[in-house]
Design a protein around this ligand. Structure first.
Ligand SMILES: Cc1ncc(COP(=O)(O)O)c(C=O)c1O
Length: 386
């Protein structure tokens, strides 16, 4: 007997979660599959969480989130990007994923279209579908930016919003301020909302600075920024996300959020509010950025030294996205299946991230240490030997 609703009919299981499950318990497997840091949560933050429980912060908190934490987030945006968000313009959610889900549920009407880059974080199109909307894929340039001229042609009366994500999962690309401004102009000209997913804001390399889209002229009033502590403080399992926008955009999102989760977990909010102001927090962010840049250099150079693999240098996030079309396994799916079978290396086929992504694989260097990266490169070199 089938009990589920029709909206579940087109939802397929997450390929990444399947890969994750497949690698569990198989000895000598190295997974570059999952988008989570292998680095341990900093000690000060762990202690802050234990203290919060010990000091009995175990009750419900306000639905938009703990006021001290929202204050810290408001200060962060002022200090880092010069943008003012008042307390009612900040929300704490159950991961960045909950915020994007709730925003789509709140704002999308049936059949409205959402522009999403091909390739993108695989959750977006499923969430759009669950909200009754339709994904329209924005093509990428050869360096994985959004092709602005081509995207303009996709805008029509049904287009409601665009989802942007820089630094990008899965490609590691970032777009410069003037390029993002051109996207904002398209949004302004066509009265589109922007959801800007900036969960990798602290992981930018080679002195490149993150651009907060809400700080670009004309973007503020139409942008919801989704963010998260998952990657920044290596706590993906805590499910702590947050967002900023105008009070007008935020109000209905808050209404929906209240009936879904009531409030994000209380002790973890207290822990983060107390931890964010410490020196250790700043140092940890810088440590992560440096570590990921070093790993990026090793893995990208390593991939480019293997015959059949070509890899763009990621500018941010902790992913790289090599093209394997000149290898003996020319599709991402084949490559990923065979690399798992033959070399015990887990990589995600590009088709998980967008409909035209047959020639790439995503490798998460956030989830493996440098010695393991060296091992992966060695295994893949042998695996591809003709
Ligand atoms: C682009 C992007 N957005 C959002 C998320 C989800 O973050 P959270 O753990 O806060 O739900 C991820 C996680 O991989 C991601 O890559």
């Amino acid at each position: 007997m089938i009990f589920h609703s029709e909206k579940m009919q087109k939802i397929k299981p997450s390929g990444i979660r399947e890969l994750f499950a497949r690698a569990q318990g198989i000895p000598d497997t190295i997974s570059l599959g999952i988008g989570a840091p292998d680095i341990q949560t900093p000690d000060g933050l762990k202690k802050a969480a234990m203290n919060a429980i010990d000091f009995n912060y175990n009750n419900y908190d306000q639905s938009p989130g703990n006021s001290k934490l929202r204050n810290m987030i408001s200060r962060k945006y002022k200090n880092e990007y010069g943008v003012d968000y008042s307390l009612d313009e900040v929300i704490i959610t159950c991961g960045g994923v909950e915020l994007i889900y709730v925003a789509l549920q709140t704002y999308l009407k049936k059949g409205e279209e959402v522009l999403i880059q091909d390739p993108s974080f695989l959750t977006y199109p499923h969430q759009v579908q669950l909200a009754g909307g339709k994904t329209v894929w924005m093509p990428s340039t050869s360096d994985f930016k959004i092709d602005i001229e081509k995207m303009k042609e996709l805008v029509n009366k049904k287009t409601k919003m665009m989802i942007l994500n820089f630094p990008s999962n899965p490609t590691g690309a970032i777009m410069e301020k003037k390029e993002l401004k051109a996207l904002v102009d398209v949004a302004v000209d066509n009265n589109l909302m922007i959801i800007s997913d900036e969960v990798y804001e602290y992981f930018t390399f080679d002195e490149k600075k993150h651009v907060h889209i809400g700080a670009i002229d004309d973007a503020y009033e139409r942008t919801l920024t989704a963010n998260s502590f998952s990657k920044t403080f290596a706590i993906p399992g805590w499910r702590m996300g947050f967002g900023v926008s105008t009070a007008e955009i935020m109000k209905p999102i808050l209404g929906y959020h209240t009936y879904v989760i009531a409030n994000a977990t209380t002790p973890t909010q207290i822990a983060l509010a107390n931890y964010m102001e410490t020196e250790e927090a700043q140092e940890f962010q810088e440590f992560m950025r440096k570590e990921f840049q070093q790993r990026r250099d090793t893995i990208v150079d390593g991939f480019n030294s293997i015959e059949g693999i070509r890899c763009h240098k990621s500018s941010g996030s902790f992913y790289c996205y090599p093209d394997i079309s000149e290898s003996k396994y020319p599709t991402g799916k084949e490559f990923s299946d065979e690399a798992f079978k033959e070399a015990r290396v887990v990589l995600v086929p590009g088709t998980e991230f967008g409909p035209t992504q047959t020639h790439n694989i995503r490798a998460s260097f956030g989830s493996v240490s440098l010695p393991k990266i060296e091992d992966v490169l060695h295994r893949l070199t042998k695996f591809l030997e003709y």
